[in-house]
Write a protein that binds this ligand. Sequence first.
Ligand code: FE2
Length: 376
Amino acid sequence: MPMPRIVFGTGTIAQVGEMAAQLGSRALLVTGRGSLRQSGWLERIVSGLGEHGMAVTVFEGVEPEPSLGTVERGREMLREAGCDVVVAVGGGSSLDVGKAIGALGNAPGTVVEYHQGRDITEPAIPIIACPTTSGTATEVTANAVLSDHGRGVKASIRGGGVIPKVAIVDPELTLSAPPTTTAYAGMDAFTQALEAYTSTGANVVTDALATEALVHVASAIRTAYYDGSDLAARESMSLGSLLAGMAFASSRLGLVHGLAHPVGAATGQPHGRICGLLLPHVIEFNVAAAQEKYARAARMLGITSEPDDDAAARQLHQWVVELAKELQIGKTLSELDVTEADLEGMIEPTISSSSSQHNPREVTEPDLGHFLRQIL
Ligand SMILES: [Fe+2]
């Protein structure tokens, strides 16, 4: 899979006009429900694009856990305005919608058809992705997560064309993210880094990216949560999230992410909260299979200097439990409004997901059923 051109650092959003003008002349700017406008960044980004001769059409209003209908509406707007580049600015939802609009810009089928697995064979409209939260790392990955609310299915549209051409990761854009968003996105980033590290698809390159990601996120997540205006903490979170994304784009993830889609489809809860809540339970589930890597992570993060792997791995677990508690993530599936009746329907999609298939401990139907009932 190709990687996007990565532009990282405070102030780099000023390059959006220059980057867009290298890819086209008419931009569809995709964003969320108003926070970009309120923070003043929307106006600055539109004028930055204009300074480089870009015509701009704004598609605002992407909702959390975005629907296929939102992508369909955005794609109509792209076609009506004749846009030849998509600039997506926002959290994971806005970026995923922008990526899907670009990837399907020239595709003849309905968005529903591609969500159900039809291959995208037409060339994509190029995408520039600019995250305003530090968590999903969707700016560097080949999938766009969308919900088919009618069928109760949360799944990805995938393919080479879904990968942005350029990722502009400017920590300044994350300064106005509220604490809850910072907590949920941060737990997603941490989970992605740890699952990339312990994935059966990990290698020395993804380990280098994932461990660096873990250190950056772990060292800054509390500061970013309590003081969102701390630019150094925001820089660390942005970098950690990005590196985690670069790691898992190759290594894939684990059981937390295998469960995250079915739990999200059943409850509508934010992805990052689901990940943060599941992570300590999954560490416990995996501990015998991934003990050495959990122990190394614990020592790397300065949680312990304990030489015994079993003891060090358990200290990592305890550290994550305390972090989730401090960030008010919750502990049980019931707190996410999962009911006993939901559990049965989660087993098949979890086991068949690529994330679960890369979990360090094999995920079998009886083990998963027992695990889910335990954490309900
Ligand atoms: Fe995630």
